[in-house]
Design a protein around this ligand. Sequence first.
Ligand code: UDX
Ligand code: ADP
Length: 479
Amino acid sequence: MGKRIKNICCIGAGYVGGPTMAVIAHKCPSLNVNVIDISEERIKSWNNKNTDEIPIYEPGLSELIKKCRGKNLFFSNDIKKHIAEADMIFISVNTPTKTKGIGAGKASDLKWVESSARQIAMYANGFTIVVEKSTLPVKTAEVIKSILQAAQQSNKNKKNSATFSVLSNPEFLAEGTAINDLINPDRVLIGGEDEDSIEALSQIYNNWVPKEKILKTNIWSSELAKLTSNAFLAQRISSINSISALCEATGADIREVSRAIGTDSRIGSKFLESGPGFGGSCFKKDILNLVYLSEYFGLPEVASFWNEVVKINTWHQHRIAELITKKLFGTLSSKKIAILGFSFKSNTNDTRESAAIQICKDLMDEGAFLCIHDPKVSKVQIAKDLNCEPINNNVESTAIKDQDYSGIWQSAIDIKMALKNADAAVILTEWEEYSQINWFKFANTMRSPSWVFDSRSIINPKNVVDAGLNFWRVGDGVT
Ligand code: UDX
Ligand code: ADP
């Protein structure tokens, strides 16, 4: 029989913590769920009266927040109070790749996890279950445990001294479909040593997830399963993207190849869509973690196998930028390119590791003037990612011919503005609205000859070609 849990606290109100806690609060009305964060701005934004202005765009999330916030779901900066009250604490903080020191460029930076563990050690009361939820390198639970154990030792003689049990419960949600993934998971994975704590967490999920989908294992297997799962998914995308280049060279069509191989039940049809290269906060980071781990444990062949998955992804992004340049007669200076989509996939405002960042940088290096549109990503975020401020919106794109606007960008308020006087349109995110563009209507507003580059295969080629525009799409050697 697991410990009865009444108060849950989640450290980190981000893309994982926010949606996960919203679903737990929704499915478990008897639980009190507090999401805490060090960022005052983030918490303020989660508490925004207008639930359409919460910090994360995720279909279905705003409705859940409306329903649960203020009832059994709370967002707060009072870290001390909510850790002290909690029976169970989820750690859901950011773990980016280290930029300096040992393992730089590969290992995860655990400073936020470590500081969360220290906060827990300082403020927790009584027996507390600590659940690692962030994507973490294998053996992170060990780090958390040793910090908590040290606290336990020094607290021994104090009243209310805390004791801990650490579990690993990796998150498998994908952005854009997070709420559905959380409500209907393929599986929930819980790793740990203490049966009662595993049971306590399992009972929470069992409020809506059938028992047979709740897999229990040891902590290391749970951590490694998460990394491996992401590495396998990313590997499928690198595989299909590498074949798309071969399709273009040979006259095959990647969509036909995907369809044919996807019908093999051993392979399966999902995650075989060739695109501009995978992005998101997890894939690259998790593979680099695997590479680091393999090197650390003296397995250089394993490390180089997984490293290739990341290398080919970067190569593919450069390849797309290069071919755009080649099609536009080898030079982009004084040319306006409409970029349609900046998030790493549709239905999210997240741009972390988005293929659009590298592709836009490459095009700007070639001297292009970019007019960037995305339905959900802010101008401020794009400027941060490109490390470059945009020019004023009211500069007419015709002016780029007279002045040197090479290598700069502008934010488009709508598709019409992005396409006006453009030499090319490049679709980088598969937003529904881009698949609906009426190319007949816009063809005359673009410069001639102009191109449409579809890196997501969302456009019917006939609509573009019939409108008198040149067309390229990924992995299409047929047209
Ligand atoms: C991923 C995992 O799917 C999820 O289980 C894990 O918890 C976190 O990492 P996420 O990064 O949110 O989720 O999105 P995902 O749908 O996996 O897409 C990742 C990238 O791959 C995106 O850039 C997407 O556009 C790209 N992709 C995906 C393709 O290019 N082709 C495909 O067929 C599928
Ligand atoms: P993820 O995609 O993993 O959810 P995010 O970057 O979206 O990552 O969110 C992580 C959140 O964790 C951020 O809002 C950050 O401010 C918060 N955070 C990091 N360290 C701490 C900490 N020690 N205490 C509380 N919140 C933290």
